[in-house]
Ligand binder design. Structure first.
Ligand code: NAD
Length: 350
C-alpha cells in the first residue's frame, strides 16, 4: 500500500494507523493541514473492503475538511478518521474507548466529530477518554435546534443563506416570493431548508423516499410532492439537492432545467468535470462544501463557548463567500468549485 505516493496524499501532515488488540479497533486518522488550527473532522465507521479503500477515503475526506473550514473562515484545519468495521456488528464500548485513547495521544492535533456509522452517543463514549471530540455538548439550540449537538439547523440555515446569494447573483433578486425551488430529500437539513424557503415566500416541490417526510412537507409547507426520479426534470428556478451525492452526473446534467443548483448534499458533482459543464451551460452551482458549512461552524463554536447569535452571524458569512466565488468564476468562466478551491488555498497555504 503506497502512502507518500498515494494519489490522494496531497501533502498530508500526518497519517496515524491505530490498532488496539483487545477491542479489535483498526482505525486511520489523517491530518491534512493544520495551518489555520487543529484538524477537525468526522470519525466514520464503515466496513471497508480493504485497508487501501479505507486509506483512500480518509485521505480524500480529510483534505476536503481543510478546504471547507478555510472557506468557512474557521480557525480549524482539516482531518478525518475512519474506523474499519461494520458499525452494527463491530462497535463496542471498548472499541470506542480505544479510539478515544488514540485521540488523546494526538493531544488535540485532531478533533473528532460524528459521521456516517458513528453517533453523538458514540462520541460521548470516546469523550470518556479524551476532550478531543466535538459535537457532544448540550447547549442552547440554534434556530429551533434541539441543542443536543445536532448541526442540521445550522446547516439548513447556511444553505438557505447560500441559496439566496445564488439567486441574487443569477436572477438579480433579493425577494424570494414565488421563487420555484425543488428540494430533493426532506430529512434533517432538507426539511428545515424548505421551511426557511416557505417562510420567505418560495413555492416548493419535494421528493423523498419516505412518504411521511413528504406528507409533512405537503401539510406544513404546502409543497408539491414529486417522484424521486423526476425532480431533476422540473422547470424550476433552483434545484436543491439535500439527499444523496453524485446527483450532477452525465445523465442528470442533460435533464437539469433549473439555472441554479444550491443544496446541502455532500459531493454533488459525480466528477469535477461536471462543475465545468454546468458553467459552460450557464448553470450556477453553489459548491457543496461552501454552502453546507453551517454544521461545522456550529460544531466549532461549541468548543469555543456557544453563543447562538455569534453562530448565526458567522453562518451568514456563507453568503458573501459564495458571492465572491460566483463573481470570480464568472469573470474567469471557470467552475465555481474550482474557484472555491483556489480561494481556500489562498487562505490555508501560508
Ligand atoms: P437525512 O438522512 O436526515 O436526510 C436525507 C433525506 O433524503 C432523507 O429523508 C431520505 O429519505 C432522503 N432520500 C434518500 N434517498 C433519496 C432519494 N433518492 N431521493 C430523494 N430523497 C432521498 O440527512 P441530512 O442530515 O438531512 O443530510 C442531507 C445531506 O446533507 C447529506 O448529503 C449530508 O451528507 C449533507 N450534510 C448534512 C449536514 C448536517 O448538518 N446534517 C452537514 C453537511 C452536509
Amino acid at each position: 500500500m503506497n502512502v507518500f505516493s498515494h494519489p490522494e496524499f496531497d501533502h498530508h501532515e500526518a497519517i496515524h494507523f491505530c490498532h488496539d488488540e483487545a477491542s479489535g479497533l483498526r482505525a486511520i486518522i489523517a491530518v491534512h493541514n493544520t495551518n489555520l488550527g487543529p484538524a477537525l473532522g468526522g470519525c466514520r465507521m464503515w466496513p471497508y473492503a480493504s485497508d487501501e479503500e479505507a486509506l483512500r477515503d480518509v485521505l480524500r475526506l480529510s483534505k476536503g475538511m481543510t478546504y471547507k473550514s478555510a472557506l468557512a473562515n474557521l480557525p480549524l484545519g482539516g482531518g478525518k478518521s475512519v474506523i474499519i468495521g461494520d458499525p452494527r456488528q463491530h462497535k463496542s464500548e471498548a472499541l470506542l474507548r480505544a479510539m478515544g485513547r488514540f485521540l488523546e495521544q494526538l493531544g488535540g492535533h485532531y478533533i473528532a466529530a460524528e459521521d456516517s456509522g458513528t453517533s453523538v452517543q458514540d462520541l460521548k463514549v470516546m469523550a470518556l477518554e479524551t476532550d478531543h471530540v466535538a459535537g457532544v455538548q448540550t447547549r442552547p439550540g440554534l434556530l429551533g435546534g434541539t441543542g443536543s449537538g445536532d448541526p442540521s439547523p445550522a446547516t439548513a440555515y447556511g444553505t438557505f443563506i447560500g441559496l439566496k446569494a445564488a439567486v441574487k447573483h443569477k436572477l438579480g433578486r433579493d425577494d424570494l416570493t414565488g421563487l420555484r425551488v425543488a428540494v430533493q430529500g426532506v430529512g434533517n437539513v432538507g426539511f428545515r431548508l424548505a421551511r426557511h424557503l416557505h417562510d420567505a415566500g418560495a413555492k416548493l416541490w419535494v421528493s423523498d423516499i419516505y412518504p411521511e417526510q413528504l406528507q409533512r412537507a405537503k401539510a406544513e409547507l404546502g409543497a408539491v410532492i414529486v417522484d424521486s426520479n423526476e425532480i431533476i426534470d422540473l422547470d424550476v428556478d433552483v434545484y436543491a439537492p439535500c439527499a444523496l451525492g453524485a446527483v450532477i452526473n452525465d445523465d442528470s446534467i442533460e435533464r437539469l432545467r433549473a439555472p441554479i443548483v444550491a443544496g446541502a448534499a455532500n459531493n454533488q458533482l459525480a466528477e469535477a468535470r461536471h462543475g465545468q459543464i454546468l458553467t459552460d451551460r450557464g448553470v450556477l452551482y453553489a459548491p457543496d462544501f461552501v454552502i453546507n458549512a453551517g454544521g461545522i461552524i456550529d460544531v466549532c463554536y461549541e468548543r469555543q463557548g456557544y453563543d447562538a447569535d455569534r453562530v448565526r452571524s458567522h453562518v451568514e458569512q456563507i453568503g458573501p463567500t459564495l458571492s465572491e466565488i460566483f463573481a470570480r468564476a464568472e469573470r474567469e468562466q471557470l467552475a465555481t468549485a474550482l474557484i472555491a478551491n483556489q480561494l481556500a488555498e489562498e487562505r490555508f497555504r501560508l
